[in-house]
Write a protein that binds this ligand. Structure first.
Ligand code: NAD
Length: 361
C-alpha cells in the first residue's frame, strides 16, 4: 500500500484560492513520481468564512486541521473585511488556528535565488550568499495580550499588553537552536531588552537555555533596531535568527525584500508535535486577486517545506525546489519578479504552474 497523507487546504481570500490550486497540482505530480498519495479536505478560514458562517475559524476547520498530517494555507483578509468596527476579522482565523494547534514557531527561510539577485532592491554584493532562517515566536506577545481602551475624547487611551512566559521563550529558543545545529551552528536572538520587560525575560531565558543545553552553538544577541539595519547592510552574517512575535512580524517582511519579491517566500508554522501549517508569507493581494496573475511560487515552495518538515518526503521536496530553480534559470517570470521595463511577457499564474510541472522530473 502506498503511503497516504491527509492534507487540509485553507485557500482563504483574495489570491489564496488561485495559488493553492496551483500548489496542489504540483504536489500531486511529485506524489505520483515518489509513489505516495495525498488526500485533501478543503476548509473555510478568514473573510470567506465570515461571509459563509459568521466565524473566521469555524470549529469544523479546527477539527479537520487537528486530524490532518499537514495544512496548506493561501492567505486571509482584504478590504471587504477591514471595517474597524466589525465584530470579527479574517486575521482572527489565522491567529486562532496557530493557537488551537500550538503552532508556536514560524520558520521563514530567506535565501535569495541566484537568478533573481538583480530583482532585489539591494545591491547584488550585499545579498549574494545570504541564507537566513528566521524563527518567529507565534503564540505570545502583544498579539495575545490584554487590550482595550479607557477614557474618552482627547484622553481616550488604548493599550495592548506585551506578554511572554518562561516556557514560551524556552520552547522557541530550543527549536531555533536545534535548527541552527542542522545548519551553520549560529543562533542570533533579537530583542529590545534595553527598554521592554518582556524582552529582558526573553534575553535571560534564551541565555540560560543556550548555555545549559546548546553550549556548542555560537550564540549572540542583537537589539531589534540594530537588526533592522544589519539585515540591509550585512545579511550574510546571520544563520538562524530567533525573535518575538511582533519583532519577527516586522523583520521578516523587511528580510523578504532581500530576495526581491514577497511572491517567492514560503513559511512553516510548527509546534512540538501534530500537523504543521504551511503558507506563503505574502497576504491575499486583493489588488491583483481574480486576475490570474499572482505568483504561485511561494505557495509551491510552502508545499515543498510541508513535504520536508511534516511528511518526511525530502526527495519530493527536492524535485519541487529543483523545478522552481529551473523555471527561474530559464528566465520565466510572473509580473512581480519580471525585470522593470523588460520586453518579455510575464507569465500568468496557470502558465507558471504549468512551467513548474513540466520541469519536475
Ligand atoms: P500583500 O502581501 O497581500 O500584498 C503586498 C503587495 O505584494 C501587493 O501589491 C500584492 O499585489 C503583491 N503580492 C503579494 N503576493 C503576491 C504574489 N503571490 N504574486 C504577485 N504579487 C504579490 O499585503 P497587503 O496588501 O499589505 O495585505 C493585503 C491583505 O492580506 C490584508 O487584508 C492583510 O491583512 C492580509 N495579509 C494576510 C496574510 C496572511 O494571510 N498570512 C499576511 C499578510 C497580509
Amino acid at each position: 500500500m502506498p503511503k497516504t497523507y491527509s492534507i487540509v487546504l485553507l485557500p482563504g481570500d483574495g489570491i489564496g484560492p488561485e495559488i493553492v490550486a496551483g500548489a496542489v497540482r504540483v504536489l500531486d505530480r511529485v506524489a505520483e513520481l515518489e509513489g505516495f498519495s495525498l488526500t485533501y479536505s478543503e476548509q473555510l478560514i478568514g473573510g470567506i468564512s465570515i461571509d459563509t458562517t459568521g466565524d473566521p475559524l469555524p470549529p469544523a476547520t479546527v477539527d479537520a486541521c487537528r486530524a490532518s498530517d499537514a495544512i496548506l494555507l493561501g492567505a486571509v483578509g482584504g478590504p471587504k473585511w477591514d471595517d474597524p468596527t466589525a465584530k470579527t476579522r479574517p486575521e482572527v482565523g489565522l491567529l486562532g488556528i496557530r493557537k488551537a494547534l500550538s503552532l508556536f514557531a514560524n520558520l521563514r527561510p530567506i535565501v535569495p535565488f541566484e537568478e533573481l539577485l538583480d530583482a532585489s532592491p539591494l545591491k547584488r554584493e550585499v545579498i549574494e550568499g545570504t541564507d537566513i532562517l528566521f524563527v518567529r515566536e507565534l503564540t505570545g506577545d502583544v498579539y495575545f495580550g490584554e487590550s482595550g481602551r479607557t477614557g474618552s475624547g482627547a484622553e481616550e487611551t488604548a493599550f495592548q499588553n506585551m506578554v511572554y512566559s518562561v516556557s514560551e521563550v524556552e520552547r522557541v529558543v530550543r527549536l531555533a537552536a536545534r535548527a541552527a545545529q542542522q545548519r551553520r551552528n549560529h543562533l542570533t536572538s533579537v530583542d529590545k531588552a534595553n527598554v521592554l520587560e518582556p524582552s529582558r525575560l526573553w534575553r535571560q531565558v534564551a541565555q540560560r537555555v543556550m548555555t545549559e543545553e546548546f553550549p556548542d552553538v555560537r550564540y549572540d544577541v542583537v537589539l531589534v533596531d540594530a537588526m533592522a539595519m544589519h539585515l540591509l547592510s550585512r545579511p550574510r552574517d546571520f544563520d538562524v535568527v530567533v525573535t518575538a512575535n511582533l519583532f519577527g512580524d516586522i523583520l521578516t517582511d523587511e528580510a523578504s525584500m532581500l530576495p526581491g519579491s514577497l511572491g517567492m517566500l514560503p513559511s512553516a508554522s510548527l509546534g512540538d508535535s501534530g500537523p504543521g501549517l504551511y503558507e506563503p508569507i505574502h497576504g491575499s493581494a486583493p489588488d491583483i486577486a481574480g486576475q490570474g496573475i499572482a505568483n504561485p511560487l511561494a505557495t509551491i515552495l510552502a508545499a515543498s517545506m510541508m513535504l520536508r518538515h511534516s511528511l518526511a518526503e525530502p526527495a519530493a521536496a527536492e524535485r519541487i525546489e529543483q523545478a522552481v530553480r529551473q523555471v527561474l534559470a530559464d528566465g520565466l517570470r510572473t509580473a512581480d519578479i519580471a525585470p522593470q521595463g523588460g520586453n518579455v511577457r510575464p507569465l500568468k499564474t496557470a502558465e507558471m504552474v504549468a512551467a513548474v510541472l513540466t520541469r519536475i522530473s
